[in-house]
Ligand binder design. Sequence first.
Ligand SMILES: [Zn+2]
Length: 73
Amino acid sequence: MTGTEILPGKGKRGQLCNRQACQQPGATFYNTSTRAWYCPECARKINFWSLLDHNEAICIPESEVATPDPRPA
Ligand SMILES: [Zn+2]
């Protein structure tokens, strides 16, 4: 993988992390800003910055997502 290729399942619930340089399996965090799914590690980093900027965690764990899928692709 080059890190620039977009793989099938990128940003999908339970599939691949939406961060293009990551795209690891296990996307279990929903980003309420981009409306895509991220792995726990990327979600943690995104939340770190969003908490600094907006005092708000924008990535929420799958267990806190109310609907089966807020916006099916
Ligand atoms: Zn990731």
